[in-house]
Write a protein that binds this ligand. Sequence first.
Ligand code: ARG
Length: 599
Amino acid sequence: MTDLAHTLTTHLAAAFAAEGLDPALGAVKRSDRPDLAPFQCNGAMAAGKAAGKPPRVVAEAVAARIQGADGIASVEIAGPGFLNIALTDALLASRAQSIADDARSGATPVATRRRVIVDYGGPNVAKPMHVGHLRASIIGESIKRLFRFRGDEVWGDAHFGDWGFQMGLLIADFEERFGALDPDGALSAEADARLAAVTLDDLQTIYPEAAARAKTDEAFRDRARKATTRLQSGSVAYRAIWAKYRALSMAAQKEDFHALGVDFDLWKGEADVDPLIPGMVEDLRGKGLLVEDQGAQVVHVSGGETKKRKLDDGTVIDAPFPPPLLVVSSEGSAMYGTTDLATIVERAKDFSFDLCLYVVDQRQGDHFEQVFRAAVIAGYATRESLEHIGFGTMNGQDGKPFKTRAGGVLRLADLIEMAREKARERLRADDIGSDFSAEEFEDVAHKVGIAALKFADLANFRGTSYVFDLDRFMSFEGKTGPYLLYQSVRIKSILRKAEEAGVKAGPISIAHANERTLTLALDAFDAALVSAYDKRAPHFLAEHAFNLAQAFSGFYTNCPILPEKDEAVRASRLALAQATLKQLALTLGLLGLEAPERM
Ligand code: ARG
């Protein structure tokens, strides 16, 4: 099923071809001047240049060929030779009907189905999830749903940060509190009992304390480093501590993800590829790629490019860029890049992926460039199959990455509760839900709060940073999540009333300006999906949801449904309302928003 721009392009391409011109010139797009006509074609300009004719002459010839063609109401030439095209109501009605009848609301699937991994979320064990993980979770979830909806085979992976230095810190801390362990033996019964008694609350104070201590206490930091290496080289006792702490924080993180409406197919972490690392290191060595560098083992990834770097003594050198990827530290442990590289090996083996998308803060761009280059040099993946989908930060009013008033990082669970509380206030202020049960009220407040957070994030291009402003996010007017939920609840209520009154939907006909606008909004769904997919940018869908909701709002104000006397018009308008709700719900679903039944 093709959208209106494609249908028109077919007509225009034939007309250009009939004039002996390149049919590609017939590309039709949404008009920049919708007040003049909904669609435009600019091909006559290029054609005129190529054929050495005034563009207006070309435009006139093309216009004469399509004037009166099926579905075309008028073709006007504007300025130097723009073709402004308006459609017949019959064509609009048939397009609206096909969208209404289609389970996918007019969305086309991808031409070739690919195997896609989306790596997002990325929380770290023992550290509470904070606002930095919010964007990765929200954007990643939407990209995963979008790729799946368009027909790809998709796996979302949380890729827990569970194999790094923070684990060594926790082990050093444990030994500090409860005495040194024998890393080669199993945990003593006493240590085992102590470990079993550690709770999530404990963990939430243990980690910040250990991290702070490592900053000032060099001997402690050294022990933590050694513990990281021993953990990775198979210490049973250390692995027991690792497993307990990992399980504790993973359970808490699963709850946060659940509250956000974020779910993974694979709940894997960095540690999962541990068994693959020795083989990979051998492989890199065998290929002559592993180079000794100040006691560490690295892979050079710069293709000759350099960047100026200032050394400690103040001299400036031309250092290779990107810098080499650190594979084995001088302590002998695996690093962030090592696990990422081994994860590519694993994903290639287990999923033979065509595409792997890393939805991670854009400040990690250099890291991914290093990892991707190393993967390509080693022959583990192609460069086209690896993409870093970076995003900006959520900032505070001061324009810097968001912090709490006290200057600390805000825990995700606290942020979610803040949003919920603001939603409760908003609902009460508008006297919404005063007749709901306590349970339903909470459910609605949760959905509104989460929608506010998520939509505010997804409404901007992901690369753009935005300012956290809960009052603005929570408004029921303007481009917000709550506005969209409100509009979809309103349509649901209209449909319920129609059902109660026994009014049935019927064939769609188009005669009113607002019916045309609504049909054009519905028709824009597929293009929004394609843009969002191609650019890995959900804001195209957010924009579409808003345009659709607004078009419906105008339609509902000016085109009465139930009060309409003409039975056929009433049935047609009801069908348009149904089609709108279906597409709006689909779009909100792809953004990860959930609308309540009523509010
Ligand atoms: N744990 C990392 C962090 O908090 C994010 C992980 C992103 N994914 C990856 N494959 N490196 O910064």
